[in-house]
Design a protein. Structure first.
Length: 158
C-alpha cells in the first residue's frame, strides 16, 4: 500500500509478484536439466575456457584457409606470367678458351695425346645494365617483370 496525498492506493500487482520472471512460483528461465555446480568451481571455469578457445579456433582456421588459398593463387599468377618471359638470367663476361692437343710418349714407348685448355679472361670488363621494371596484372595480383638494356666493353691481353 502506498500513500498518495491523503488516499491509500492498493497496488496488488507489485505486492504479489516480487520477481518479474516468475509465474505462479515457476521460473520460466529455469533449466530442468541443469547440473548444480558451485559458482567457484575450477572444473567449470576450465571447461568454459576450453569451450571458448575451441569456438574461437573456428574463425581462425577459416581465415588461415583463406590466406593459404590466396597465397597459392598468387604463386600461380606469378608463375603463369613469368613463364611467358625468359625467366632468370645470368650476366657474365666473355672468356676465350684455346684448346691444344699434344702428342707425348710414356716410358714404354707408347704414344698418347694430352689435351690442354687455356682460358683467357678480360683484364678490364665494363658492363652497363639498365633495368626497366614493368608491372603486369593477373586478376587482383600484381607481378613485377624486368627487362634490360645491356652493353659491355672489355680488354683482353695475352
Amino acid at each position: 500500500m502506498q500513500k498518495i496525498g491523503a488516499k491509500l492506493i492498493d497496488l496488488p500487482i507489485i505486492e504479489q509478484s516480487f520477481n518479474f520472471f516468475t509465474l505462479k512460483g515457476y521460473n520460466i528461465f529455469r533449466n530442468p536439466f541443469r547440473v548444480k555446480m558451485k559458482k567457484d568451481s575450477v572444473a567449470l571455469r576450465i571447461l568454459l575456457i576450453a569451450a571458448i578457445a575451441i569456438l574461437l579456433l573456428i574463425p581462425l582456421l577459416m581465415i588461415q584457409s583463406l590466406i593459404t588459398d590466396r597465397q597459392q593463387y598468387r604463386f600461380e599468377a606469378v608463375h603463369e606470367i613469368s613463364k611467358s618471359w625468359a625467366g632468370a638470367q645470368t650476366i657474365a663476361g666473355p672468356m676465350i678458351t684455346i684448346t691444344n692437343k699434344e702428342e707425348k710418349e710414356d716410358k714404354k714407348g707408347e704414344k698418347y695425346f694430352v689435351t690442354k685448355s687455356f682460358h683467357y679472361l678480360p683484364e678490364n670488363l665494363i658492363i652497363d645494365v639498365d633495368v626497366i621494371p614493368e608491372k603486369r596484372y593477373r586478376g587482383i595480383y600484381e607481378v613485377m617483370l624486368f627487362s634490360q638494356n645491356y652493353s659491355s666493353s672489355l680488354l683482353i691481353k695475352k
